[in-house]
Design a binder for this molecule. Structure first.
Ligand code: FMN
Length: 142
């Protein structure tokens, strides 16, 4: 049984592309071995992650991720049964929500996107727009 879930969380400390890259490098092997695909978005101090895969594996991983001290205020946005994966091409794609990166000193120019304050549908559509615009930084794993 396949499910898709996503959550939002707040990074503890500056959230940079380097921090997310380090997490993903160690995550990709585990995800590939456990049939987990999805997207990890970062920006403006928040992470937004979509996890797809067998229900039991996704729940086990989500338990570990929730306990990770690198972030706090982990809030589930959506959880649903699926028949087809939406992000099946990625053991975990890496997408930047904005170009703001504390290490680069670049400020967000567009209106801030606040995933804590919007619906699951809007969050998913925002992610899809970023992917369609070629904002995926992670290497696809098929
Ligand atoms: C925002 C965020 C996303 C993460 N995503 C994944 C992931 O997709 N897969 C994974 O194996 N670990 C992921 N991790 C790392 C896990 O929280 C955890 O550190 C890792 O699974 C090792 O667990 P362990 O220390 O209990 O062995 C993520 C961590 C954070 C902070």
């Amino acid at each position: 049984m396949l499910i898709r879930m996503f959550y939002v969380s707040t990074a503890v400390g500056p959230l940079t592309t380097t921090v997310t890259g380090t997490i993903l490098r160690s995550a990709q092997a585990f995800n590939a071995d456990n049939g987990i695909t999805g997207v990890l978005c970062q920006g403006q101090g928040v992470w937004l992650q979509v996890l797809e895969g067998p229900r039991s594996q996704v729940n086990t991983l989500y338990g570990r991720i929730s306990a990770d001290k690198r972030h706090k205020n982990v809030q589930t946005i959506s959880f649903e049964d699926i028949t087809r994966r939406r992000y099946g091409a990625w053991a975990m794609a890496h997408v930047k929500l904005t170009d703001a990166d504390p290490m680069l000193g670049v400020n967000a120019s567009a209106a801030a996107f606040d995933p804590y304050a919007t619906t699951g549908e809007r969050v998913m559509s925002h992610i899809d727009t970023l992917i369609a615009a070629g904002k995926v930084m992670g290497k696809p794993v098929v």
